[in-house]
Design a protein around this ligand. Sequence first.
Ligand code: LMR
Length: 404
Amino acid sequence: TWQQVPLAPPDSIFKLTAAFKADTYEKKVNLGVGAYRDDNSKPWVLPVVKKATQLLLTDDTLDHEYLPILGLPEYTAAAARLILGPDSPAIQENRVVSAQTISGTGANHLGALFLSRFYGFNGDKKIYLSNPTWANHHAIFRNVGIEPVDYPYYDPKTIGLDFDGFINTLKAAPERSVFLLHACAHNPTGVDPTPEQWKGIADVILERKHYAFFDCAYQGFASGDLDKDAFAVRYFVSRGVPSLVCQSFAKNAGLYGERVGALHVVSKDLETANRIKSQLSVLQRSEISNPPSHGARLITLILNDGALFEEWKRDISTMANRIIAMRKELHRLLTEELRTPGNWDHIINQIGMFSFTGINPEQSQALVEKAHVYLTGNGRISMAGLNSHNIRYFAENLDKVVRG
Ligand code: LMR
């Protein structure tokens, strides 16, 4: 048995974490996985999370019983309000179905599985993914028999958004196609549509009766403002675009390993919502039975307590502002000090965890092999891996590979 199993390649992102850990070079830099680090390259436990953890520890009413199949109701309700907005008409009309998931990946999976079972695909089961996108999206949809198709997104000439290409594909796609949209802080490019462009995208989606499959892994992380980063999702819902949202608290609450996320399906009315809910329960039961409680309890405390919520917002600003400061400093080093050939304005124009540097795979590989700087082959860098101690080293080595 199993002799016929072919060897699979390692994951393109997590292999970098392993290689970085194994590297003994003193000046090594990890710009691979999108995980926040403080100015000393250390993971950051948010102070608000420390406080909420203490509260849980002293709460004698808690036990280790199973959560309901769709998760902790106080958690999913608060999470829905966070992304859809406290005054969301969809919430008020009781037509949002929320399921607690194994972080954003689990939300994507449950959403994909639900679509593959129940979405009225126009022909073959397909999902349009931005080119490029988070590598895992492809595998998640393939796993449930939905074939990924690319839509133009990133324009290498401008290192920005290929808005016309995107709109033309939205127009040309068969009616009722499903488009995966990064709600904010696009992974891997850091290139987001402007609010004006989002309006244009929503217009065509409505016209063509498409479905918006939002992946929102970075609310608050992009701009430092939870509401601003929820603009696209809230706008689409307000326009009545058929949508679902995958939500993660990995990044904005630093709860990577706790796997705390949610899937929100916005439906037409309460009656439809009830049917969707019943089917999501069946799917979730067969996959994970019920989700884990610890992270959901932490987030419930933070979202439902005024003081903790304010503190969380400050923690988010701390992370977002450090990243924005690193963007400015990298831009300054490249353009003013090193005078690196090319235009580097995209470093300050892109937002969120990642920057798409625009360097090619050979240059990325040279950074890994010669400078011990770990980044994905597509030239994506996790800005959170840069800090006041290593940014000059990185800029100098980027300069070297660009000059060739
Ligand atoms: C990333 O893109 O680096 C993160 O979203 C982590 C992951 O799961 O790939």
